[in-house]
Design a protein around this ligand. Structure first.
Ligand SMILES: CC(C)(COP(=O)(O)OP(=O)(O)OC[C@H]1O[C@@H](n2cnc3c(N)ncnc32)[C@H](O)[C@@H]1OP(=O)(O)O)[C@@H](O)C(=O)NCCC(=O)NCCS
Length: 184
C-alpha cells in the first residue's frame, strides 16, 4: 500500500517554465474574477525560479508565489503575487509560501521583504498583517488604510507592506557586523 493521506501527495518546489500556463489558467478565478493573467510575466518562470514557488497536490495547483530579489537594493526582496486555490484557503498555505520566500531571500542576503496591494484588496491586507508586515506610511488614507497615491500609475494607489527579517537570516552573505547592523 502506498501513502494514502492527501498530505503525502502535497509537493512544494521552485517554479518552472511549465508552470506559467497553469498559473495563467487559474489566476483570474483565484483573484475573484479580476483580469490578472495579463499581468503575469514569463520572466518569473524563467529568471526568478530561486525565489518563486508552487505547492501542488498530484496535478492540481494549490498555490504559488512569484517574487525576486531587487537588483537596485540587493538587501530587499519583493513578492509580486501570492495566490492560493479558493478550496484550500485558511490552511496555512499562503503563510508557508511566504515563509519559504523569506527563507530564500534571507539566504540570498536580504534583510527586508516588501509587497504591495491595492487598497480594495482587504483580504491581502489582512493576510499581510497576519504575516507581521507593517504598512509603509504613504501620502493618503483610503478606507482607513495608509496608501501611496498613483504609485503604480495614474489612479493606481497602493498599500505598501514591509517586513524586516531577523539577523539570523542574513549571516550567509553578510558579515556578522553587517548582519548586526541590518537588524538595528
Ligand atoms: C491571500 C491568500 C494568498 C491567503 O492564502 P491562505 O493560504 O488562505 O492564507 P493562510 O491560510 O496562510 O492565512 C494566514 C493568515 O492570514 C489571515 N487571513 C487569511 N485569509 C484571511 C481572510 N479571508 N480574512 C481575514 N484574514 C485572513 C489570517 O490571519 C490567517 O491565519 P488564520 O487562518 O490562522 O486566522 C489567498 O486568500 C488568496 O489567494 N487570495 C486571492 C489572491 C490575493 O489577493 N493575493 C494577495 C495579493 S498578491
Amino acid at each position: 500500500m502506498g501513502n494514502e493521506t492527501p498530505d503525502h501527495a502535497v509537493r512544494w518546489r521552485n517554479i518552472e517554465p511549465g508552470d506559467q500556463t497553469r498559473v495563467a489558467a487559474v489566476i483570474d478565478q483565484w483573484w475573484g474574477g479580476r483580469a490578472m493573467s495579463g499581468r503575469l510575466s514569463h520572466v518569473f518562470f524563467i529568471h526568478f525560479q530561486p525565489t518563486s514557488f508552487v505547492v501542488e497536490c498530484s496535478d492540481e495547483l494549490l498555490g504559488f508565489l512569484l517574487g525576486f530579489v531587487s537588483q537596485t537594493m540587493p538587501n530587499e526582496a519583493y513578492v509580486h503575487f501570492v495566490g492560493v486555490h479558493a478550496d484550500y484557503r485558511r490552511l496555512g498555505l499562503g503563510r508557508r509560501l511566504y515563509e519559504r520566500f523569506c527563507t530564500a531571500a534571507g539566504l540570498l542576503g536580504c534583510d527586508t521583504v516588501r509587497s504591495h496591494t491595492s487598497p480594495q484588496n482587504r483580504l491581502s491586507i489582512a493576510f499581510h498583517t497576519a504575516q507581521r508586515f507593517n504598512i509603509d506610511p504613504g501620502d493618503d488614507v483610503i478606507d482607513g488604510v495608509s496608501v501611496w497615491r498613483d504609485f503604480a500609475g495614474p489612479g493606481e494607489h497602493r498599500v505598501r507592506f514591509v517586513k524586516h527579517l531577523g539577523p539570523a537570516m542574513t549571516v550567509e552573505r553578510f558579515t556578522p557586523w553587517e548582519a548586526f547592523r541590518a537588524a538595528l
